[in-house]
Design a protein around this ligand. Structure first.
Ligand code: ADP
Ligand code: F6P
Length: 354
């Protein structure tokens, strides 16, 4: 089995609260096992340019409680090119990095898979507020972001109730409605609009009318950004026009991406960070960490990425050919279960938000 001397750790893609806790766990676990740690700054950009520093135990002191990422993050298109990859490999050679833990979303995992194919074993850790990685129940950062959204909607509700208004709230989530769904259910919203379920605008408008007739004064409609940025402002105007209820629009955007990580995010970040290092040192690379039904596990990156494509209905021609019939069936069952979970949450919001 490969003996590791030095590993790298990086954060990439959109930052997420809890990334620091993961960096700390990776660093401390590796050092505990006698392996040196190189901090790679600005994700794959730093790997290309050599923006790298050796970490000691004290370098990750006092970060477990901070949002953002102390390693900084970046989106690095150059890394997707053959030249970018060659530079990244050269950096690994220069700094004697013989394995990497990459913390980020599915783009980050694709980069980690490519690096592994080029001889640098990698393990991915899912961190993005969107929770849009199908292979894990939760990504690092989702809990903090959703709690922030809940707090902000609670505040809006106070003023909504006082003035008998409607507030349309757009929350982040480029490709997944999880932040919208979870926060809508937890705040008792009147309606939710997500890319996973077709929207019937007239149904929502009729529901607002109906619940007002039953004495309701606050109307919160939570919209996921995944349905398009033009939707919410236009829908706000339509609600006001067709119900006569004053409507206001608020876009929470990046505000919910920062802040002190919650207990839950710190725990999964720490557990995934520790386990990622153990897996790497045990010779298991090209994998990503996941939480499934409360357990911290790992799964092959290619399997995870294809599962994600299947769930998001983005499978490419021939993408399934690398998998056995049994694996495909398991993936299909998993996607069906997740789709059902979303449906059920959507229905609960509709049924209870009166
Ligand atoms: P996230 O990791 O949150 O999904 P991005 O999609 O922006 O965020 O990906 C982060 C970085 O990962 C990109 O800037 C790029 O450097 C790398 N990356 C993304 N997609 C690929 C890909 N298909 N192949 C190799 N690297 C990729
Ligand atoms: O990290 C995920 C995310 O916050 C999405 O919800 C959002 O669409 C995107 O990143 C915003 O990206 P940027 O930070 O580049 O504006």
């Amino acid at each position: 089995m490969k003996k590791f001397r030095r590993i790298g750790v990086l954060t990439s893609g959109g930052d997420a609260p809890g990334m620091n806790a993961a960096v700390r766990a990776v660093t401390r676990e590796a050092l505990y096992r006698g392996v040196e740690v190189m901090a790679i700054y600005r994700g794959y950009s730093g790997l290309i340019s050599g923006d790298i520093k050796q970490f000691s135990i004290r370098d990750v002191s006092n970060i477990i409680n901070h949002g953002g990422t102390m390693l900084y993050s970046d989106r690095c298109p150059e890394f997707k090119t053959a030249e970018g990859m060659q530079k990244a490999i050269a950096t690994c050679d220069k700094f004697l990095i013989d394995g990497i833990v990459a913390i980020g979303g599915d783009g980050t995992f694709r980069g980690a898979r490519d690096l592994t194919l080029h001889g640098i074993p990698c393990v991915g850790i899912p961190a993005t507020i969107d929770n849009d990685i199908a292979s894990t129940d939760f990504t690092i950062g989702f809990d903090t972001a959703t709690n922030t959204v809940v707090e902000m909607i609670d505040r809006l509700r106070d003023t909504c109730e006082s003035h008998a208004r409607c507030n349309v709230v757009e929350v982040m989530g480029r490709g997944a409605g999880d932040i919208a769904l979870h926060s809508a259910l937890a705040t008792g919203a009147t309606a939710v609009v997500v890319p996973e379920v077709p929207t019937d605008e007239n149904y929502i408008i009729e529901k607002i009318r109906r619940s007002r007739a039953m004495g309701k004064r606050n109307f919160i409609v939570v919209v996921s950004e995944g349905v398009g940025s033009d939707f919410s402002p236009a829908f706000t105007e339509k609600i006001e026009r067709e119900t006569g209820i004053e409507a206001r629009f608020a876009r929470f955007a990046h505000v919910v991406r920062g802040g002190i990580p919650t207990l839950r995010d710190r725990l999964i970040a720490t557990q995934m960070g520790q386990k990622a290092v153990v897996e790497l040192f045990n010779g298991n690379s090209n994998i990503v960490m996941r939480e499934r039904k409360g357990h911290i596990l790992s799964i092959d990156i290619d399997y995870a990425l294809t599962l994600d494509h299947m769930y998001k209905k983005k499978l490419k021609d021939g993408e399934l050919s690398a998998f056995s019939d049994e694996q495909i069936k398991t993936m299909e069952a998993y996607c069906a279960e997740k789709t059902e979970e979303v449906r059920s949450m959507y229905n609960s919001i509709d049924q209870l938000g009166l």
